[in-house]
Design a protein around this ligand. Structure first.
Ligand code: ADP
Ligand code: MG
Length: 254
């Protein structure tokens, strides 16, 4: 993929009377790391879920890798993914959540191999080989046969990252991947993400880790009230925000 990978224009979404996305414009170029910060309830998760088709929207458009991936519904709402395209596009987008949701009864290799086997129909031996490769890349070569309860939270999150990467995504979405972790486990996960960025992966990362955003992001966006109220160079957004709400948010999280 080259050029613009994700382009959202005027995305809007309401739950009843509550407008959660309020005309979101957002662009991510291939190879770019785009971080999103903003207060709780500002629509960050909803926006990410829209990109990989877990949410419908009421208006606007979404283009992924040059393809318009949605259509208007009869009632004027807009579904971001055509049903027939859904599986194909979804497979190109990996997502990592705050909670890792690993299969408790499967070891790390089996967790990473599961989607390869069941979604991509990769033969089991080959899937396990790929899983071990991905686990080694996130620093878990010595833990491949452990089940989630035998791993720390940081290790479990790295399994979840390896699981997403095993599917060969073109885009990785991270929704507060370190928020559920004990503080001493945050760095190992951020380090894994930093390495992934270094390999050129296109990433959209919702995070409260301001230091990570400053260091790794190419673009930093501030969400507030379902809008992107500020977007730009991380250093500039962090040190000299144009928007008052960004400024007061940063004062609170620092
Ligand atoms: P953030 O990730 O920035 O904390 P969210 O995208 O999770 O924000 O939520 C934005 C707003 O949408 C919040 O006010 C939340 O309560 C509301 N919301 C999210 N999901 C639903 C839902 N399924 N039904 C109703 N309201 C929802
Ligand atoms: Mg959220």
């Amino acid at each position: 993929m080259t050029g613009t990978l994700v382009e959202a224009r005027g995305l809007s979404k309401s739950y009843g009377d509550h407008e959660v996305l309020h005309g979101v414009d957002f662009t991510v170029r291939a190879g770019e790391v785009s971080c999103i910060i903003g207060p709780s309830g500002s629509g960050k998760s909803t926006f990410l879920r829209t990109i990989n088709g877990l949410e419908t929207v009421d208006g606007g458009s979404l283009i992924v890798d040059g393809e318009q991936v949605g259509y208007a519904l009869e009632d004027g709402r807009y579904r971001p993914w055509r049903d027939r395209d859904f599986a194909r596009f979804r497979a190109r987008i990996g997502m990592v959540f705050q909670r890792f949701n690993l299969y408790a009864h499967l070891d790390a290799v089996e967790n990473v191999a599961a989607s390869l086997i069941h979604v991509k129909r990769v033969p089991k031996a080959e899937a396990h080989e790929r899983a071990e490769f991905e686990l080694a890349r996130v620093g878990l070569a010595d833990h491949v046969l452990k089940r989630p309860h035998q791993l720390s939270g940081g290790q479990q999150q790295r399994v979840a990252i390896a699981r997403a990467l095993a599917m060969d995504p073109d885009l990785m979405l991270f929704d507060e991947p370190t928020s559920a972790l004990d503080p001493e486990l945050v760095d190992e996960v951020l380090e894994t993400m930093r390495a992934l960025a270094g390999r050129g992966m296109t990433m959209i990362v919702v995070t409260h880790e301001i230091g990570f955003a400053r260091e790794v992001a190419d673009t930093l966006s501030f969400f507030d009230g379902g809008r992107v109220v500020e977007q730009g160079d991380p250093e500039q957004v962090l040190t000299d925000p144009a928007n008052d709400r960004t400024r007061s948010f940063l004062e609170r999280v620092r």
